[in-house]
Design a binder for this molecule. Structure first.
Ligand code: DX5
Ligand code: ZN
Length: 227
């Protein structure tokens, strides 16, 4: 599968979300929307009404990352609203199989996220229930944090796990992904890259997306896992 870039609007100007989405539309594959509830993570961002509004103002598919305490209750609503991907956290879901199935039933891709300290192996049996596995490469909650290299061995194990199950599950990394870290993520097995501050702090966000994509594509071309 080709490299995909999902700019995170967490680092954008929240008063100008439609314009900020438009700024990356020519270059990006997705628009990553971080929903935070001040319970699962210490930060508070936006919820379903803002996602519904954004859907009317962008042609990019929306990649919803729910950092909320009760995804079983709320996740299907984001899929029903038209988000193309809805990712829930393994640490928060009480009935992940049911919730992932409800997301798919509503027509979206279903994602499962794990924090830096959460292993992926306990979720191997869910590989058939998900379209994407998200490995957090920072503790979730804030943009602009330093990339955690300690996640790299887990990323390699996750790639091996995904490939054992046919390789159709996308492997996303989120947190601290920038021009210094994206190549080692691609080399280790990621194929979907979230970038917030690396895109929105750039003078030209679309150009930043293009540059990140070029780096990831080059690293993927040399990666053993992709051969
Ligand atoms: C953090 C969010 C990320 C965030 C990444 O909890 O899930 O999507 O926007 O921001 P950067 O790319 O700046 O680390
Ligand atoms: Zn995110």
């Amino acid at each position: 599968m080709a490299v995909q870039i999902s700019p995170s609007i967490l680092s954008a100007d929240f008063a100008r979300l439609a314009d900020e989405a438009a700024a990356v539309t020519p270059a990006a594959d997705w628009l990553h929307v971080d929903v935070m509830d001040n319970h699962f993570v210490p930060n508070l961002t936006l919820g379903l009404p803002v996602v519904q509004s954004l859907l009317k103002h962008t042609s990019l598919p929306i990649d919803c990352h729910l950092m909320i305490e009760d995804p079983d209750q709320w996740a299907p609503g984001y899929a029903e609203a038209g988000a193309r991907n809805v990712t829930i956290h393994a640490e928060a879901a009480k009935a992940p199989v049911r919730t992932l199935r409800e997301i798919r039933h509503a027509g979206a891709r279903a994602g499962l996220a794990v924090n830096p300290g959460t292993p992926v192996e306990p979720y191997e049996d869910l590989m058939g229930e998900i379209d994407m596995l998200l490995l957090m490469t920072v503790e979730p909650g804030f943009g602009g944090q330093h990339f955690l290299d300690l996640v790299m061995p887990k990323l390699q194990r996750a790639r091996a796990m995904v490939n054992r199950h046919g390789g159709s599950v996308w492997l996303q990394v989120d947190g601290g992904v920038n021009d210094e870290t994206i190549e080692r993520c691609a080399a280790a097995g990621a194929n979907v890259f979230v970038a917030g501050s690396a895109v929105y702090s750039a003078d030209d966000p679309a150009r930043a997306v293009q540059a990140l994509r070029a780096q990831a594509e080059q690293a993927t071309a040399h990666a053993d896992w992709a051969k």
